[in-house]
Design a protein around this ligand. Sequence first.
Ligand code: PLP
Length: 458
Amino acid sequence: MAKHKKIYLDDSEMPKQWYNLAPDLPSPLNPPLGPDGNPVSPEQLAAVFPMNLIEQEMSQDRWIDIPEEIREHLVRWRPSPLIRAYELEEALGTPAKIYYKNEGVSPAGSHKPNTAIPQAWYNKQFGIKKLTTETGAGQWGSALSFACSVIGGIECKVFMVRVSFEQKPFRQMLMNTWGGTCIPSPSTETQAGRDILAKYPDTPGSLGIAISEAIEAAVTDETGQTRYTLGSVLNHVMLHQTVIGLEAKKQLAKVGIEKPDVVIGCCGGGSNFAGLAFPFIYDKINGADIQVIGAEPFSCPTLTKAPFIYDNGDVAQMTPMMAMHSLGHNFVPAPIHAGGLRYHGMAPLVSAALRDNLMEAQAIHQSECFEAGLLFAKTEGIIPAPETTHAIASAIREAKKAKEEGKEKTILFNFSGHGLMDLVGYDKYLNGQLHDYEYPDAEIALNLEKLQGYPLPK
Ligand SMILES: *Cc1c(COP(=O)(O)O)cnc(C)c1O
């Protein structure tokens, strides 16, 4: 066979270190700030996260060793295959070579277990017995439930955004199967949840609300053995995901490709994008010519429309203020949108990469995304998660551009997850029930008005 469809690495070739972009940024990261406007100390975060992860969060080391026990869990599905999208290329008639890193092969079906495993492991090392978290579409809740179950000895409690809880019963069943507990948010179990329900009894919920609930549930546990976990946004999450890009580099080298021309990821909180892109941004900082694109929905245009500001990560302002692109912590996304990618903020590291012109951002409408997802499903065969379709739509745009320019570019994108649990979204699209929605500028302005008096990042 002339075609080389799948590029595998041996188990032994899985990365032994994570890559941390923080020390390589041209201008330094703005530190997270407490309510008094001063940088938060590690001790101030200690009720929320274990100290070993706080150290990673603040680390300025470029390379961080992956503990052997974590590698032994990751190797259950890693290294993930790099796949050449020959059939998609053919359908597009493009001279471009399109490669995707298939993160849908993990047990939970997305890239999220790449950080769920280390987070559960570091918490266990620190003596933690229970983890709380929030989940939007249910991917993170299931990834963490999986991780707690295989690592053992840690309970997992998930606050799931209400609208998704109702629309996605299969994700709850996954969590329950792995031994996790999942309840709809806002709930009556926390003060934050009760406050929101009193004001807005019919709210569809949001990640910002669910985060407040999960943090409250962690810090109010009097045994001191509960901590909170976040599936995206934070520096240590970006760090854990870099196995994706580090593997992709080795895999491209195996087929004689020195560097991709374009690297693409979809952006919710930024972690799967960062996981693939940061190791290539490292090359870019060191002189390589690589275009890096973050693709996001028009309905939640964090990178393309929201300002770079200090904002809290949650509605109840329990998190420190982080320097990031933010639509305002009061943002409640339109429930009509089918996919994830609906968080109001963007990872501080990704926001800094955009500030420093190490990447560019694109907003795409959901009809273009679903169309791209269907073309991918019908050609490559794998049904992508609705989030992933943003990366596919962006890759298709670049492949069409390459065709117009007659250039044989190498396009690499992150296939962040499969969509087998998201078929209701496809069904709605096929029945003409999904509509494009652009988050109104006036709404953004209104959310941001509430942030007057917040400090401004550099
Ligand atoms: C959670 C998720 C995303 C968005 O989160 P990021 O942190 O931006 O990666 C994208 N794709 C899939 C499949 C997801 O589960």
